[in-house]
Design a binder for this molecule. Structure first.
Ligand SMILES: Cc1ncc(C[n+]2csc(CCOP(=O)(O)OP(=O)(O)O)c2C)c(N)n1
Ligand SMILES: [Mg+2]
Length: 356
C-alpha cells in the first residue's frame, strides 16, 4: 500500500518521504504486541458472548474492535507509556475497548466497567463508551463522534508544563467531517501542538461507506488529504499491518515530540462485526449483506498476518504464540469473574469525583 507521506523537516504538502523500511523491535516487544492484539480479539469475543447469551447483564450497546487490533496496538506500542504526567495520552471514540486494552488497562477493571460495577475503570458510572484510566494515559473515550478536542487541550497543557509528552486523538472515518474535529486540527496546526490525529478508517460510518460520506474519497482521494488544508503531514497506511501502523505512528509521535507539530495518520482497516450490538445480533445482516467484502478483509486479518510474519520470519515460534493464546483465555475468564463478583456502586457515590 502506498504511503501518502508528506514532509518531515518542512511543513507543507509538497514534500515526499518514505517510511523507514524496517522495524527495530526486540523479541519481547513482538511478543507483547501479539499479546495485546490477542487480548483485544478475545476480550471482544467474550463481550459478544455475554451480550448475546445473558440479555440485560451489560445493559449497553457495545462496539467491537475486532479487525482493528493492529491499529490499536501499533499506535499504543509507539506511545511512551506512563500516566498523564509522564507518558503520552490518548483519547478514544465510542469503539472504546481496543485502545485501552492496547495501552494496558486492567482487564478486570474494564470488564467491571462494562458490568456497571464499582471496581470499574470509571467506578461503574461510564460504561462501555467512556473507558478512562489516567494511570496509563487513557484520558477517556467519547460517545460523541468527531470531537478530538481533549488531546489538543492536553497538548496545550504539555506545552504550559514544559513536558515533551504527545497527545493522540482517535477518530473514525465518520468523524472526520464534524466541525469539532476540523477545528481541533486547525488549532493544533496553528499552534504547532504535539498531537497525532489518528483516523481509524474502517470503511463505514454505521452503514454508510466512506465514499458515500466523503467527496474527496469518492473522487479517488484519501481521508489523510484533509491534512493538506492545514499544512500538516498526512499519511495513509495499511491499518491491518501492525508493522506499518507502528512505523507510521512512531514517526508521527517522534516528530511531534521534537516540536515539529501535529500530523494526521489514516489507518485503513475494517470492522469484522456490525456497527454495534445489543441483545439483538443484527450483525448477521451485516455479514450476509457483504460476503465478498468481508472475505477480502478476513484474508487480511491483522492477527493472522502478524502470526505469518513472525513465524515465517523465525522470530517467534508457533508454540510461543499458542502459549500466549492460552494465557489470555485464562486472563479473560478471571476478569469476567472479577466483574461478576464486584459490587454495584453505592448510590451516594454517584456524584462524587465525577472528573477523577
Ligand atoms: C455527534 C454524533 N453524531 C452521531 C452519533 C451517532 N453515532 C454513533 S457512532 C456513529 C458512527 C461513527 O462512525 P465512525 O466515526 O466511522 O466510527 P466507527 O463506528 O466506524 O468506529 C454515529 C453516527 C454520535 N454518537 N455523535
Ligand atoms: Mg468508521
Amino acid at each position: 500500500m502506498d504511503n501518502n507521506y508528506k514532509n518531515d523537516d518542512e511543513r507543507g504538502p509538497s514534500f515526499d518521504q518514505s517510511l523507514p523500511k524496517s522495524v527495530n523491535m526486540s523479541k519481547e516487544e513482538l511478543l507483547e504486541a501479539y499479546r495485546r492484539m490477542v487480548r483485544i480479539r478475545r476480550c471482544e469475543m467474550k463481550i459478544r458472548d455475554i451480550v448475546s447469551s445473558e440479555p440485560g447483564v451489560l445493559h449497553q450497546w457495545v462496539h467491537s474492535s475486532e479487525g482493528e487490533e493492529a491499529c490499536c496496538v501499533g499506535v499504543a506500542m509507539a506511545m511512551r507509556q506512563g500516566d498523564i504526567y509522564s507518558g503520552d495520552i490518548l483519547e478514544g471514540t465510542h469503539r472504546s475497548h481496543g485502545f485501552p486494552i492496547a495501552m494496558g488497562v486492567d482487564l478486570g477493571a474494564l470488564m467491571a466497567e462494562l458490568f456497571g460495577k464499582a471496581t470499574g475503570t470509571n467506578k461503574g458510572r461510564g460504561g462501555t463508551m467512556h473507558i478512562a484510566d489516567i494511570n496509563i494515559g487513557m484520558i477517556g473515550s467519547n460517545s460523541i463522534v468527531g470531537t478530538g478536542g481533549k488531546a489538543v487541550g492536553a497538548a496545550m497543557a504539555f506545552r504550559v508544563r514544559g513536558t515533551d509528552q504527545v497527545g493522540i486523538s482517535v477518530v473514525g472515518d465518520g468523524g472526520v467531517n464534524k466541525s469539532a474535529f476540523l477545528e481541533s486540527l486547525n488549532l493544533a496546526a496553528i499552534q504547532d501542538l504535539p498531537v497525532i490525529f489518528v483516523v481509524v478508517n474502517n470503511q463505514y460510518e454505521v452503514a454508510r461507506s466512506v465514499d458515500q460520506d466523503n467527496a474527496n474519497v469518492r473522487a479517488g482521494g484519501q481521508l489523510s488529504d484533509r491534512a493538506a488544508g492545514f499544512a500538516i503531514p498526512g499519511l495513509t497506511v495499511d491499518g491491518n499491518d501492525f508493522f506499518a501502523v507502528y512505523k507510521a505512528a512512531k514517526y508521527c509521535i517522534s516528530r511531534a515530540r521534537a516540536g515539529k507539530g501535529p500530523s494526521l495518520l489514516e489507518l485503513l482497516t475494517y470492522r469484522h462485526r456490525s456497527h454495534c450490538f445489543t441483545e439483538m445480533p443484527h450483525e448477521v445482516d451485516w455479514l450476509l449483506g457483504r460476503p465478498d467484502e468481508l472475505s477480502y478483509w478476513l484474508r487480511r486479518d491483522p492477527i493472522t498476518q502478524f502470526e505469518l510474519n513472525v513465524v515465517q520470519g523465525e522470530l517467534i515460534t508457533q508454540d510461543e504464540l499458542d502459549d500466549i493464546n492460552k494465557a489470555i483465555e485464562a486472563e479473560i475468564e478471571e476478569a469476567v469473574e472479577h466483574a461478576r463478583e464486584s459490587p454495584y456502586p453505592d448510590p451516594d457515590e454517584v456524584y462524587r469525583d465525577i472528573y477523577a
